[in-house]
Design a binder for this molecule. Structure first.
Ligand code: GLA
Length: 365
């Protein structure tokens, strides 16, 4: 009896033990601003997160033999991130993650123009989005809180936006909490743009993906949703049962051709603001699994189609096509121009919250 109680005490203490958090300097921007790196370490996972773009730099998790390995794409040296304007490795993207058609939207009858940086469209907040700014940071229990104040008119968006992104590690789960408020009505879509590769190297085409989704948002030629929400049934977009990324990526399908693979938003089933499972991924060789839960209504599943092996930074790492995938939990692309989509409007006086978790697991053969 006494022994059982001691064991129970040890177990609950271990479960409640917070991940350790340490801080070092990762690099310096050309203007001299120091960029800090926070290392979160639990009994199962080590996540490194930096203040430049509030980015996840790496996540180490065990394979089925217990060997730790990095399951995200990124650079070993800071200068790689600064030199690379277009992959958004690990970043929090905003103020509006994903695309806004022609960089235009209306709020209360007023026209707003935001920078065009992708095929005539605005992508991931514009030319200097949240991914390229240094966030203020302080440690919290088992994690780090990053804060960014984006001024009224920043990249053309109205309202001073205050955004807090809290990363915390709980055993094998990395949790991201977003909260944000404004002093003038604006639009916001924050997500994290980490590229995962559960095998640690090679392409991700053999990863098996399951998405909790019956519908998706097909796009026009410049990846702006048409507004339709067709069923995934009978299409290469049906991931209701575990299917490898590579199984149908080369199918004769107009939507796949437009994006050069998967780069679409899936409508998450039964969205009601509560935390739900959005996706599960399994990599059979390493035995690693990833489960994504979120309060968001959609997820952009991107198969790394635009990775082209370019080299950035002193360390000279390159990342080839399809060597990483993203699961960007979010509101649908171009929502400001689609009143029927869940709203991305943020009004003064309200604070919005959203939450996403990435949980790492291992599975026997
Ligand atoms: C998002 C977009 C993609 C691509 C990547 C970054 O996921 O949907 O089209 O731009 O960002 O390269």
């Amino acid at each position: 009896m006494r022994l059982a109680r001691v064991i129970l005490l040890i177990m609950t203490t271990a479960m409640a033990a917070h991940a350790t958090v340490t801080k070092t300097v990762f690099g310096t921007l050309p203007d001299g601003t120091a960029v800090d790196l926070y290392t979160l370490k639990s009994d199962a996972v080590e996540a490194r997160i930096m203040t430049y773009g509030a980015r996840i730099v790496s996540i180490q998790s065990a394979d089925r033999d217990g060997t730790m390995g990095n399951v995200t794409l990124g650079y070993s040296a800071f200068d790689g991130y600064v030199a690379d304007p277009s992959t958004y490795f690990g970043a929090v993207v905003g103020r509006y993650g994903n695309r806004i058609a022609n960089g235009e939207f209306k709020i209360d009858g007023h026209d707003y123009h935001v920078p065009i940086n992708n095929n005539g469209q605005s992508l991931h907040g514009g030319l200097i989005g949240f991914d390229k700014l240094v966030w203020q940071a302080h440690p919290i229990a088992g994690g780090v809180e990053m804060t960014l104040v984006s001024k009224d008119g920043d990249q053309g968006y109205p309202g001073t936006l205050t955004a807090h992104v809290r990363y915390s590690l709980h055993h094998n789960a990395l949790r991201i909490d977003y909260s944000y408020s404004t002093d003038k009505t604006t639009v916001v879509n924050l997500t994290n743009h980490t590229y995962f590769n559960l095998a640690g190297s090679g392409t991700v085409l053999g990863h098996e993906v399951t998405l909790s989704s019956d519908q998706y948002t097909p796009t026009n030629k410049v990846l702006i949703p048409t507004g339709e929400l067709p069923t995934v049934e009978g299409t290469p977009f049906d991931f209701r049962k575990a299917t490898t990324i590579g199984a149908r990526i080369g199918a004769d399908n107009e939507q796949l051709k437009i994006a050069g693979g998967y780069d679409h938003n899936w409508v998450l089933r039964g969205h009601n603001g509560e935390v739900k499972t959005a996706a599960r991924v399994y990599e059979p060789v390493s035995g690693r699994g990833l489960t994504v839960t979120t309060t968001e209504p959609g997820v952009q599943f991107y198969s790394g189609n635009f990775l082209d092996g370019a080299k950035f930074g002193k360390a000279g790492e390159s990342h080839a096509k399809n060597t990483g995938f993203c699961l960007e939990t979010q509101h649908y692309p171009d929502s400001p121009n689609h009143p029927a989509f869940p709203t991305t409007l943020l009004k003064p006086g309200e604070t919005k919250h959203s939450m996403t978790t990435f949980t790492f697991s291992t599975h026997a053969k």
